[in-house]
Each structure stands twice: as structure tokens, then as C-alpha cells.
Design a protein around this ligand. Sequence first.
Ligand SMILES: C[S@@+](CC[C@H](N)C(=O)[O-])C[C@H]1O[C@@H](n2cnc3c(N)ncnc32)[C@H](O)[C@@H]1O
Length: 283
Amino acid sequence: MNNQEQIDYWNGDAGKRWARDDAIMERLLRPVTGALLDHARVEGCRSALDIGCGGGSQSLLLAERIGEAGSVLGVDISGPMLEVAEAKTRQLPPGSAEVTFLQADAATQPFEPGSFDLLFSRFGVMFFDDPAAAFGALQATLQPGGRLAFCCWQSLKENAWSLLPFQAALKHVPPPEKPDPHAPGPFAFADPERVRSILDAAGFADIHLESFNSTLRFSESATFAESVRGLAEIGPIARLLADQPQDVREQVFLSMEEVMAPYFTEGALVMPVAIWFVTARRD
Ligand SMILES: C[S@@+](CC[C@H](N)C(=O)[O-])C[C@H]1O[C@@H](n2cnc3c(N)ncnc32)[C@H](O)[C@@H]1O
């Protein structure tokens, strides 16, 4: 299995941008994080793995809920994001579980079998080249009865925050070469049947997908023009614009402004989101 493309991506400009914008992302995703932690029923767990932990804000919240008898290991391929995560461990409130971070590919890292009672992820599991093999290996790291809880995006069509910028960009740049809906990326797990069959083949039981629908405040504390430009740095549009010259980017931003004005309110783009909360268990 080779996740090299993702390793390059999350250690390159994109990873550095995510590291720079970690506080913005943490604030943006706060409503999702709280709801996911509630849904995952993490209290009572002792040993959690946070997969694709990025800047680690949710690893710390997980540790707070688990409490001091437990431990949380955040694993990620991105050096820049793990630097941010490491720096945060100083903010861990007393009474929290111990938190450590590891730079490794979660799909291939030889974790001790049965070392975790919770596999957790906030948007960090949709980037595996071979998700069936990755989840098969991850399942074996769970103790019997241990649980999996993660969130992932529903389809691009159901997420206007990403669809509208993408459509605006396609007016000015060619579409991606082979649009494969299952290719590693933010929307790779949009199809609930695909998620179920990957987890089922990996040996998980009690697989449940629950729809989480809400609104999020994108690019908060910004002008409309800044908000639009901020939104162009996340999701599929970011990859589409990565190699585009500045004049093309500016044309895309203007097209985005035309369609996004109705969503700008109180210093942020307030946009609906559609997310899957996925839970499963090892027998
Ligand atoms: C969309 S970001 C989410 C980060 C973080 N969970 C959050 O919610 O802020 C996806 C993360 O998955 C990580 N990632 C992608 N493929 C990975 C892999 N094979 N093993 C570990 N981490 C991976 C990326 O480096 C990135 O930090």
C-alpha cells in the first residue's frame, strides 16, 4: 500500500497551511467535534488512537473526556501539523488522559494487536490508498469489544461550502483529470454503502452511519472577500487551484463572490454541512 501522494501533500504547502490555520479550523469544527465526542461515547475508554489527528485539538478534548487513567495516541503523517499538536500538550487540563503524538502512516504502522479500546477520527480516515487494507489492520489494533468512531463528509453535492467554490473554479480551470469518486480525498467516504462494505470486509460489527446536518461558520472574523479566499484553501478547490497563477485564482475568487454573497452574515460564511458520524465495534 502506498500513501506517498498523501504524505507529500500533507507535508507540503497544504500541510503547512493547515498548520498555520489550525486555530481557525479548531473554531470552525467545534460544533462537529462536540457532537462527535458525544456520539462516540468516549467516557469509559482507556486507550484511544486518534487517526489523522492533524493539529490535535480533538485529541486533547478526547483526553479530557477519557480522564487521567487513560491515554490518547494521535497519529498523523504530517510533520507540520504534528508540530502544532505537540505544542498544545502544554494546554492539557489536569485530570486528562496522557496524550502523545506519532508521525506515521496509520494504515501501515505496526501497532501492537489489541492495544486500543477506541479508534477515533475527525475527518482523518478518507485519505488511505487502500481503505480496506487500512481498516483491516486498524481493526486488529482494537481489543475485543473495542469501538470505532469517526466523522467524514457526505457528498460534494450535499456540501455547498465545497460544491459552490468548486463549480466557480471550473469556470476558469480544467476539471481534474480522472474524477474518481472513491479516490483518496475529503469526499471518498460520501457513499454510505461503500463505507459499510469497507468496514464489514475489515471485520467490524454493528456498523452505523448517522447523518449530522448543521451549519458552520467558515472564515470567521473576516471581510466577505477574505472569507471567500479562505474557503478556497480547503476541500477539492484547494487542490484544483494549487498550481494556478494568481490572475486565474483572482478570476475564480470573483466567480465565487457572485454565488456566495447570500451566505455571508455577521463576519462569516454561514453554510450548511452534511457529515456522516460512523460507529462500529470489534466483536
Ligand atoms: C482533513 S485533515 C483532519 C485533521 C484533524 N483530524 C482535524 O480534524 O483537524 C486530515 C488529516 O489526515 C492525515 N492523514 C492522511 N492520511 C493519513 C495516513 N495514512 N495516516 C495518518 N494520517 C493521515 C493528514 O495528514 C491530515 O492531518
